[in-house]
Design a protein around this ligand. Structure first.
Ligand SMILES: N[C@@H](CCC(=O)N[C@@H](CS)C(=O)NCC(=O)O)C(=O)O
Length: 308
Protein backbone atom coordinates (compact mmCIF):
# COMPACT_ATOMS: atom_id res chain seq x y z
CA UNK A 1 0.00 0.00 0.00
CA UNK A 2 1.34 3.43 -0.89
CA UNK A 3 1.14 5.76 2.08
CA UNK A 4 2.48 8.93 0.53
CA UNK A 5 5.06 9.61 -2.08
CA UNK A 6 7.55 11.18 0.31
CA UNK A 7 8.16 7.59 1.41
CA UNK A 8 8.04 5.36 -1.62
CA UNK A 9 7.33 5.32 -5.31
CA UNK A 10 3.99 4.95 -6.96
CA UNK A 11 3.96 1.27 -7.99
CA UNK A 12 1.27 1.52 -10.64
CA UNK A 13 2.24 -0.38 -13.79
CA UNK A 14 5.69 -0.87 -12.23
CA UNK A 15 6.55 -3.94 -14.32
CA UNK A 16 5.46 -2.25 -17.53
CA UNK A 17 7.51 0.84 -16.67
CA UNK A 18 10.55 -1.28 -15.82
CA UNK A 19 10.20 -3.14 -19.09
CA UNK A 20 10.35 0.21 -20.90
CA UNK A 21 13.62 1.04 -19.13
CA UNK A 22 12.39 3.14 -16.22
CA UNK A 23 14.06 2.62 -12.86
CA UNK A 24 11.19 1.93 -10.42
CA UNK A 25 12.12 1.52 -6.76
CA UNK A 26 10.34 -1.39 -5.05
CA UNK A 27 8.48 -1.36 -1.76
CA UNK A 28 10.12 -2.31 1.53
CA UNK A 29 8.53 -5.30 3.26
CA UNK A 30 9.08 -4.67 6.99
CA UNK A 31 6.91 -1.85 8.25
CA UNK A 32 6.58 -2.20 12.01
CA UNK A 33 7.19 0.84 14.19
CA UNK A 34 9.02 1.56 17.38
CA UNK A 35 6.08 2.39 19.66
CA UNK A 36 4.02 -0.65 18.52
CA UNK A 37 3.22 -3.02 21.43
CA UNK A 38 6.00 -5.43 20.34
CA UNK A 39 8.58 -2.68 19.91
CA UNK A 40 8.70 -0.39 22.96
CA UNK A 41 11.03 2.60 22.76
CA UNK A 42 13.97 1.85 25.07
CA UNK A 43 17.65 2.75 24.94
CA UNK A 44 19.95 -0.13 23.97
CA UNK A 45 17.26 -2.28 22.38
CA UNK A 46 17.55 -1.37 18.70
CA UNK A 47 20.26 -1.83 16.11
CA UNK A 48 20.93 -0.58 12.60
CA UNK A 49 22.51 -2.39 9.69
CA UNK A 50 23.80 0.10 7.12
CA UNK A 51 26.26 0.75 4.33
CA UNK A 52 27.78 4.22 4.56
CA UNK A 53 27.77 4.73 0.79
CA UNK A 54 24.00 4.11 0.53
CA UNK A 55 22.08 7.43 0.60
CA UNK A 56 18.99 5.76 2.12
CA UNK A 57 21.16 4.49 4.96
CA UNK A 58 22.75 7.91 5.15
CA UNK A 59 19.52 9.62 6.10
CA UNK A 60 19.05 7.10 8.90
CA UNK A 61 22.62 7.50 10.21
CA UNK A 62 22.12 11.28 10.02
CA UNK A 63 18.95 11.02 12.13
CA UNK A 64 20.78 8.81 14.64
CA UNK A 65 23.64 11.33 14.79
CA UNK A 66 21.73 14.61 15.03
CA UNK A 67 19.32 13.16 17.60
CA UNK A 68 22.25 11.94 19.72
CA UNK A 69 21.29 8.26 19.54
CA UNK A 70 24.76 6.89 18.75
CA UNK A 71 25.15 5.28 22.17
CA UNK A 72 21.63 3.93 22.48
CA UNK A 73 21.16 2.51 18.98
CA UNK A 74 24.03 0.23 18.01
CA UNK A 75 25.08 -0.12 14.38
CA UNK A 76 26.92 -2.43 12.01
CA UNK A 77 28.45 -1.17 8.78
CA UNK A 78 28.63 -3.33 5.65
CA UNK A 79 31.51 -3.19 3.17
CA UNK A 80 30.74 -0.59 0.45
CA UNK A 81 31.18 -3.01 -2.45
CA UNK A 82 28.76 -5.89 -2.57
CA UNK A 83 29.73 -9.49 -3.27
CA UNK A 84 30.92 -10.18 -6.81
CA UNK A 85 30.08 -12.77 -9.44
CA UNK A 86 32.79 -15.14 -8.26
CA UNK A 87 31.41 -15.34 -4.72
CA UNK A 88 29.83 -18.65 -3.75
CA UNK A 89 26.80 -16.83 -2.31
CA UNK A 90 26.22 -14.97 -5.58
CA UNK A 91 26.69 -11.34 -6.63
CA UNK A 92 25.31 -8.02 -5.35
CA UNK A 93 24.91 -8.85 -1.70
CA UNK A 94 25.87 -6.59 1.19
CA UNK A 95 28.40 -8.28 3.44
CA UNK A 96 29.84 -7.54 6.86
CA UNK A 97 33.51 -7.92 6.09
CA UNK A 98 35.91 -5.75 8.09
CA UNK A 99 38.85 -7.77 6.74
CA UNK A 100 37.98 -7.20 3.09
CA UNK A 101 40.51 -5.15 1.16
CA UNK A 102 39.25 -2.09 -0.73
CA UNK A 103 40.49 -2.24 -4.30
CA UNK A 104 41.10 1.52 -4.47
CA UNK A 105 43.37 1.70 -1.43
CA UNK A 106 44.66 -1.83 -0.99
CA UNK A 107 43.71 -1.63 2.69
CA UNK A 108 40.81 -2.64 4.92
CA UNK A 109 38.20 0.04 5.71
CA UNK A 110 38.11 1.07 9.37
CA UNK A 111 34.38 1.84 9.40
CA UNK A 112 33.37 -1.68 8.33
CA UNK A 113 32.22 -4.07 11.06
CA UNK A 114 31.19 -7.64 11.65
CA UNK A 115 27.47 -8.35 12.09
CA UNK A 116 26.82 -7.99 15.81
CA UNK A 117 23.09 -7.22 15.98
CA UNK A 118 21.55 -10.70 15.67
CA UNK A 119 24.05 -12.49 17.91
CA UNK A 120 24.68 -14.97 15.09
CA UNK A 121 27.59 -13.18 13.41
CA UNK A 122 25.97 -13.41 9.99
CA UNK A 123 27.99 -12.60 6.92
CA UNK A 124 25.27 -11.10 4.71
CA UNK A 125 22.44 -8.61 5.16
CA UNK A 126 20.36 -11.06 3.12
CA UNK A 127 20.74 -13.67 5.88
CA UNK A 128 19.09 -11.30 8.38
CA UNK A 129 16.05 -11.28 6.11
CA UNK A 130 16.23 -15.03 5.50
CA UNK A 131 15.84 -15.63 9.25
CA UNK A 132 12.34 -14.20 8.78
CA UNK A 133 11.57 -16.01 5.55
CA UNK A 134 12.02 -12.90 3.41
CA UNK A 135 14.02 -12.71 0.20
CA UNK A 136 14.80 -9.01 0.52
CA UNK A 137 18.44 -7.92 0.74
CA UNK A 138 18.48 -4.14 1.17
CA UNK A 139 19.95 -1.88 3.77
CA UNK A 140 19.13 0.01 5.98
CA UNK A 141 17.53 -2.42 8.44
CA UNK A 142 16.26 -1.41 11.88
CA UNK A 143 16.49 -4.48 14.12
CA UNK A 144 15.12 -5.32 17.58
CA UNK A 145 17.87 -7.13 19.51
CA UNK A 146 15.53 -8.25 22.28
CA UNK A 147 12.77 -9.58 20.04
CA UNK A 148 15.33 -10.88 17.51
CA UNK A 149 13.28 -9.40 14.64
CA UNK A 150 13.44 -6.79 11.95
CA UNK A 151 11.39 -3.74 12.86
CA UNK A 152 11.50 -1.80 9.62
CA UNK A 153 13.52 -1.51 6.40
CA UNK A 154 12.11 1.71 4.95
CA UNK A 155 14.45 4.60 5.70
CA UNK A 156 11.77 7.31 5.55
CA UNK A 157 9.80 5.54 8.27
CA UNK A 158 12.89 4.76 10.35
CA UNK A 159 13.88 8.44 10.56
CA UNK A 160 10.31 9.33 11.55
CA UNK A 161 10.27 6.83 14.42
CA UNK A 162 13.72 7.81 15.69
CA UNK A 163 12.55 11.43 15.81
CA UNK A 164 9.20 10.64 17.42
CA UNK A 165 10.69 8.45 20.17
CA UNK A 166 14.06 10.20 20.51
CA UNK A 167 13.59 10.95 24.19
CA UNK A 168 12.54 7.43 25.23
CA UNK A 169 15.29 5.94 23.05
CA UNK A 170 17.89 7.97 24.95
CA UNK A 171 18.46 10.90 22.57
CA UNK A 172 20.41 14.04 23.44
CA UNK A 173 18.65 16.68 25.53
CA UNK A 174 19.51 19.36 22.99
CA UNK A 175 18.44 17.91 19.70
CA UNK A 176 16.49 19.19 16.72
CA UNK A 177 12.81 18.35 16.33
CA UNK A 178 12.88 16.90 12.85
CA UNK A 179 9.11 17.01 12.45
CA UNK A 180 8.02 20.33 13.96
CA UNK A 181 4.99 20.56 16.26
CA UNK A 182 3.64 23.66 14.54
CA UNK A 183 1.12 22.40 11.92
CA UNK A 184 1.94 25.12 9.37
CA UNK A 185 5.64 24.35 9.56
CA UNK A 186 4.88 20.65 9.47
CA UNK A 187 2.99 21.05 6.22
CA UNK A 188 5.94 22.98 4.74
CA UNK A 189 8.23 20.13 5.78
CA UNK A 190 5.85 17.53 4.31
CA UNK A 191 5.64 19.36 0.99
CA UNK A 192 9.43 19.67 0.81
CA UNK A 193 9.92 16.02 1.77
CA UNK A 194 7.66 14.96 -1.03
CA UNK A 195 9.30 17.12 -3.67
CA UNK A 196 12.79 16.20 -2.46
CA UNK A 197 12.00 12.47 -2.49
CA UNK A 198 10.42 12.43 -5.93
CA UNK A 199 12.74 14.77 -7.80
CA UNK A 200 16.02 14.67 -5.87
CA UNK A 201 16.56 11.53 -3.75
CA UNK A 202 14.74 9.09 -5.99
CA UNK A 203 14.95 11.44 -8.97
CA UNK A 204 18.73 10.94 -9.06
CA UNK A 205 18.16 7.19 -9.49
CA UNK A 206 15.51 7.81 -12.17
CA UNK A 207 18.07 9.78 -14.11
CA UNK A 208 21.05 7.53 -13.50
CA UNK A 209 19.52 4.07 -13.61
CA UNK A 210 16.85 4.40 -16.30
CA UNK A 211 17.68 3.31 -19.81
CA UNK A 212 14.80 5.24 -21.38
CA UNK A 213 15.84 8.64 -22.76
CA UNK A 214 12.49 10.32 -22.06
CA UNK A 215 12.48 9.14 -18.43
CA UNK A 216 16.04 10.38 -18.03
CA UNK A 217 15.28 13.77 -19.62
CA UNK A 218 12.24 14.29 -17.41
CA UNK A 219 14.12 13.28 -14.25
CA UNK A 220 17.04 15.54 -15.20
CA UNK A 221 14.73 18.52 -15.70
CA UNK A 222 12.79 17.94 -12.48
CA UNK A 223 16.02 17.51 -10.48
CA UNK A 224 17.46 20.85 -11.63
CA UNK A 225 14.10 22.62 -11.33
CA UNK A 226 13.98 21.61 -7.68
CA UNK A 227 17.58 22.69 -7.12
CA UNK A 228 16.74 26.10 -8.60
CA UNK A 229 13.69 26.47 -6.44
CA UNK A 230 15.56 25.43 -3.27
CA UNK A 231 18.28 27.93 -4.17
CA UNK A 232 15.59 30.64 -4.43
CA UNK A 233 14.10 29.56 -1.09
CA UNK A 234 17.45 29.91 0.66
CA UNK A 235 18.25 33.23 -1.00
CA UNK A 236 16.43 35.17 1.74
CA UNK A 237 19.24 34.16 4.09
CA UNK A 238 17.37 31.49 6.06
CA UNK A 239 19.83 28.92 7.41
CA UNK A 240 17.56 25.93 6.86
CA UNK A 241 14.93 25.03 4.27
CA UNK A 242 11.92 26.03 6.35
CA UNK A 243 13.54 28.80 8.38
CA UNK A 244 15.82 28.80 11.40
CA UNK A 245 15.35 25.20 12.51
CA UNK A 246 16.95 22.10 10.97
CA UNK A 247 14.12 19.70 10.07
CA UNK A 248 13.52 16.42 8.33
CA UNK A 249 13.47 18.25 4.97
CA UNK A 250 17.10 19.37 5.45
CA UNK A 251 18.04 15.90 6.62
CA UNK A 252 16.52 14.26 3.54
CA UNK A 253 18.17 16.68 1.13
CA UNK A 254 21.69 16.26 2.50
CA UNK A 255 22.63 12.72 1.35
CA UNK A 256 21.85 13.46 -2.31
CA UNK A 257 23.35 16.95 -2.41
CA UNK A 258 26.47 15.77 -0.61
CA UNK A 259 26.99 13.18 -3.37
CA UNK A 260 26.06 15.45 -6.27
CA UNK A 261 29.38 17.10 -7.21
CA UNK A 262 31.75 14.20 -6.57
CA UNK A 263 29.53 11.34 -7.76
CA UNK A 264 26.08 12.01 -9.20
CA UNK A 265 27.21 14.71 -11.63
CA UNK A 266 28.84 11.94 -13.67
CA UNK A 267 27.41 8.66 -12.42
CA UNK A 268 23.76 9.73 -12.49
CA UNK A 269 24.35 11.92 -15.58
CA UNK A 270 23.14 14.93 -13.59
CA UNK A 271 25.66 17.22 -15.23
CA UNK A 272 23.47 20.33 -15.57
CA UNK A 273 25.34 22.12 -12.79
CA UNK A 274 27.35 21.50 -9.65
CA UNK A 275 26.06 22.36 -6.17
CA UNK A 276 29.07 24.66 -6.04
CA UNK A 277 27.34 26.69 -8.78
CA UNK A 278 24.42 27.50 -6.44
CA UNK A 279 25.84 29.82 -3.75
CA UNK A 280 22.99 29.40 -1.25
CA UNK A 281 22.72 25.65 -1.65
CA UNK A 282 26.49 25.34 -1.33
CA UNK A 283 26.47 27.36 1.89
CA UNK A 284 23.54 25.29 3.17
CA UNK A 285 25.52 22.10 2.40
CA UNK A 286 28.51 23.41 4.36
CA UNK A 287 26.27 24.48 7.27
CA UNK A 288 24.64 21.06 7.52
CA UNK A 289 28.03 19.34 7.20
CA UNK A 290 29.21 21.37 10.21
CA UNK A 291 26.30 20.33 12.47
CA UNK A 292 27.21 18.13 15.42
CA UNK A 293 27.49 14.51 14.36
CA UNK A 294 27.02 15.00 10.61
CA UNK A 295 30.66 14.58 9.53
CA UNK A 296 30.77 11.36 11.57
CA UNK A 297 28.17 9.81 9.25
CA UNK A 298 30.63 9.92 6.36
CA UNK A 299 33.27 7.26 5.74
CA UNK A 300 36.65 8.38 7.04
CA UNK A 301 39.43 9.03 4.56
CA UNK A 302 38.28 7.22 1.50
CA UNK A 303 35.72 9.09 -0.56
CA UNK A 304 32.85 7.15 -2.10
CA UNK A 305 34.38 3.86 -3.08
CA UNK A 306 31.31 2.90 -4.98
CA UNK A 307 28.21 4.75 -5.98
CA UNK A 308 24.84 3.97 -4.51
N1 LIG B 1 13.27 1.50 0.65
C1 LIG B 1 14.58 1.43 1.01
C2 LIG B 1 15.51 1.45 -0.17
C3 LIG B 1 16.90 1.17 0.29
C4 LIG B 1 17.78 0.79 -0.87
O1 LIG B 1 17.43 0.92 -2.04
N2 LIG B 1 18.97 0.32 -0.52
C5 LIG B 1 19.86 -0.20 -1.53
C6 LIG B 1 21.25 0.31 -1.30
S1 LIG B 1 21.45 2.00 -1.69
C7 LIG B 1 19.90 -1.70 -1.38
O2 LIG B 1 20.33 -2.22 -0.39
N3 LIG B 1 19.35 -2.38 -2.39
C8 LIG B 1 19.29 -3.82 -2.36
C9 LIG B 1 20.13 -4.42 -3.38
O3 LIG B 1 20.49 -3.71 -4.29
O4 LIG B 1 20.47 -5.57 -3.29
C10 LIG B 1 14.85 2.58 1.96
O5 LIG B 1 14.79 3.75 1.57
O6 LIG B 1 15.10 2.27 3.10
Amino acid sequence: MIKNNATEEDQSKAEERRARGEFVRGVSGFRHSIGDPDFPPEPGRYHLFVALNCPWCHRVTLARAVLGLQDSITMDVAFPNRTNEADSVGPNLWEFAPDRIASLTGTTLPECTLETGTGDGLRLAKEIYQCEGSDEQSVPILYDKIGGRIVNNESAEIIGMLDKHAEALGGAAHRPTLVPDDPALQSDVDALNKRIYVTINNGAYKAGFSSDQAVYAQAFEAYFETLASLEALLSDGRPCLTGDAFTEADLRLFPTLYRHDPVYYLRMKLNGARILDYPHLWQWLCRVYALDGVADTLPPGLFWTVVE
